[in-house]
Design a protein. Structure first.
Length: 255
């Protein structure tokens, strides 16, 4: 868990490069064909076109991924009175964590869960379920929102979010696996470390302990979309693992 916002940018650039590699390979083939047909001039033209296409692809690769995920999930802006506490806590924790305030969204489901997505610090969103907002007390909600800001501050959210787009296309899926984002985010200790970092912001471990207990009692199952997103939820939305939740709660009680 050494990723930071500063380290996330080069890592994100590698994802853009991975997305552009199939295009680059295709361009090189075209350049070779042009070289055969038109000689050196054809080769130069082919290489220039390929280089421009690769640069454009790298710069536009991440555009709109977070919005596409929000649309796929059916989340709506958290602008109603039921989300007032959510907005207030996020505003305060944004300053405490030193992270720009992301979009705040609500997913209408009784399950208790929360998702963090984004491609960089300026393009991110925290998506809370309506069940989470209705079931948690203020101190419990504070612990959960603090954890979301820790995820954003440490930066691995960004590469995982972009991994959704890489995995969507067969041509780039192999490059996504080569970058290893799945293994780094699948560390069994990752949730515990995020939980501990969150309570360092709130200075109140019982808040997050209580929130995890509500997840266990009420349920946290949500249609998560891409498998890459499963690791970005507060609790795995696709399976119920009582042992894992209990382990996280016990680890927090030791603080």
């Amino acid at each position: 868990m050494t990723s930071t916002l500063e380290q996330a940018s080069p890592r994100s650039a590698r994802y853009g490069l991975a997305a552009a590699l199939p295009l680059a390979l295709t361009g090189l083939i075209v350049a070779a064909v042009l070289a055969v047909v038109a000689g050196v001039v054809g080769l130069i033209v082919g290489l220039v076109i390929t280089a421009v296409a690769v640069v454009v692809r790298m710069r536009t690769f991440a555009a709109g991924i977070d919005d596409a995920i929000i649309q796929q999930l059916g989340a709506k802006p958290a602008d109603g009175p039921e989300a007032a506490g959510f907005r207030n806590l996020a505003d305060g924790l944004s300053a405490t964590a030193g992270v720009p305030l992301p979009e705040l969204m609500i997913l209408d489901t009784p399950s208790v869960n929360l998702l963090v997505v984004g491609t960089d610090a300026e393009h991110a969103a925290i998506i809370a379920t309506s069940g989470l907002l209705s079931q948690l007390s203020r101190v419990e909600l504070e612990g959960v929102v603090a954890r979301a800001f820790v995820q954003l501050r440490q930066g691995d959210v960004f590469s995982a979010t972009m991994g959704v787009r890489l995995e969507a296309a067969p041509a780039t899926r192999i490059f996504a696996s080569m970058l290893g984002h799945s293994s780094s985010l699948g560390d069994p200790d990752r949730d515990v470390l995020l939980d501990r970092s969150a309570v360092m912001l709130t200075r109140y471990p019982p808040g997050l302990v209580g929130a995890l207990g509500v997840c266990l009692r009420v349920g946290s199952m949500v249609s998560a979309g891409s498998p890459s997103l499963r690791r970005l939820w507060l609790v795995d939305p696709a399976s119920v693992d009582a042992d894992a939740l209990t382990h996280r709660m016990e680890a927090l009680r030791l603080l």
